[in-house]
Design a protein around this ligand. Sequence first.
Ligand code: SF4
Length: 341
Amino acid sequence: MKPFVPQLIYIEPGALEYELGRELKQKFEEMGLEIRETTSHNQIRGIPGDNELQQYRNAKSTLVVGVRRTLKFDTSKPSAEYAIPLATGCMGHCHYCYLQTTLGSKPYIRTYVNLEDIFNQAQKYMDERAPEITRFEAACTSDIVGLDHLTHSLKKTIEFIGQTEYGQLRFVTKYHHVDHLLDAKHNGKTRFRFSVNSRYVIKNFEPGTSSFDERLEAAKKVAKAGYPLGFIVAPIYLHDEWKEGYRELFERLSDSLEGIELPNLTFELIQHRFTKPAKKVIEKRYPKTKLEMDEEKRKYKWGRYGIGKYVYQNEEAAEMEQTIRGYAQEYFPNSEVSYFT
Ligand code: SF4
């Protein structure tokens, strides 16, 4: 998988007041990319494409360089206290992706250049909670690693959090372009997680992301660079022979990480879920998807803003949890399962 290169760049004029905004403009000019100016991301018109589907695909390779105006961070349970907003949107095409609903009609990628404002805000949150640790999640609204080879804003965030007393950072990725992050001064305060899944799920539902083997190679590099490592097994999906599929995943993980020191390795387990609005969007954007989203077979769970989600039935979820926790224990006895949800 090659590193992401946008087809089209929009730059908000406000972004050029920041050093990173100017740097990115120059970089993209040197790369020979098409750059357009826009007054605000809400005014982006004319993403090319003959129909909605084409426009959607093109939007996913459009990068908007902008300024983050809202500096109130969202909460990010259960893995962190706050979502730190570095970017929104993603170049990947995972059918089940939660961004289908959260970003709705604006699937282009936005990166924010006013990092100092964002770091100042993060510092305020840390001060409020001190001496409690405050954890920030950097991958709530994008796959930040997939973009960071261009912007290095994640790298700067890792180093910012590295020198704080009460901060921790975490993010998750399906991309393997981690080389520039290996020498970041993380001070052990950033947990680097990779999203992994059974062969079936990766093959059928995760186009446009790095292969499992590429992610594993990257995980090894990251562990050797001293980052606390984690894996998020998500979404756990009940396909035919899922038990064998997930066992194989743990076998491959354990074979490949053999001999590498992994103090406090963590696993986070998230079962597949969908909302009604997401289902509609997914069926439109990936009309041939094999992703099973039959409300009748699922359990309805009330959610925020009145949009409930469909999760697996209690017995299925319990079996799933027990099975995957069992594999984690069997293959990585010193690891910890942080949660199943
Ligand atoms: S890599 Fe993550 S954020 Fe990107 S499309 Fe896939 S699930 Fe969504």
